[in-house]
Design a protein around this ligand. Sequence first.
Ligand code: IPE
Ligand code: IPE
Ligand code: MG
Length: 231
Amino acid sequence: MDNPKHVAIIMDGNGRWAAQKGLPRIAGHSAGAKSVEEVIKAAKESGVRILTLYAFSTENWKRPKHEVDALFKLLENYIDSQTDILIKNDIRLSVIGRIEGLPDSVRRKLKSVMDRTKSGSSLLLNLALNYGARTEIVDAVRAVAKDCVSGHVNPDDMDEKAFSGYLYTKDLPDPDLLIRTSGEMRLSNFLLWQLSYSEIFISKKLWPDFKKSDFVEALDEYRNRQRRYGK
Ligand code: IPE
Ligand code: IPE
Ligand code: MG
């Protein structure tokens, strides 16, 4: 089989990585940002076209405020330091999630980087921010209901393809491969609809330790999988 076109990653284990080193959790998040840079490069080199990274879930607001604040500060710094590099590497940045729920300064920066990278065509870097799959599905159902009430949509025409068009991922193919680090075997409310038939690769490595060779290993394993889709 060919390399996956769309890879989605649940980047997990930053806190445990820091704890193992006797460092504050945020040091783990900083170290994780380096893995993000490395994996973006590896994805591009492998011909992956879309990389969706789970960066902040709708449930992550339940973390202590200082950790949440630090995560968004880190995201802002990441955008500031990487925008020119993304442009140079022909990478486009996009976002899925309830963007309106993000802090204003983060939204402004995201809007600007999305604008400045919009002609990037080698890789789509898709950040899941304030993302929750159940929220996404509820938002979609609400939009469908409105379109039915207003007469734009006939309920009998609603099928899987039409419904997909109401999700944040409406312009994207489903992920071929899902990677989760730190050995956890759960989806944590990530892309519940879109991952229906994705191959799953669980790495024992904590996210800050997940490097190019680990990404390449996941792709190697993917190519040896047999996708059956129930056939
Ligand atoms: C993933 O690492 C990063 C985010 C969820 C933002 P964690 O912060 O979940 O690290 P662990 O799972 O506590 O080790
Ligand atoms: C999932 O990791 C969310 C992100 C990677 C952004 P969590 O660490 O929040 O998930 P749980 O709490 O282990 O399920
Ligand atoms: Mg975690």
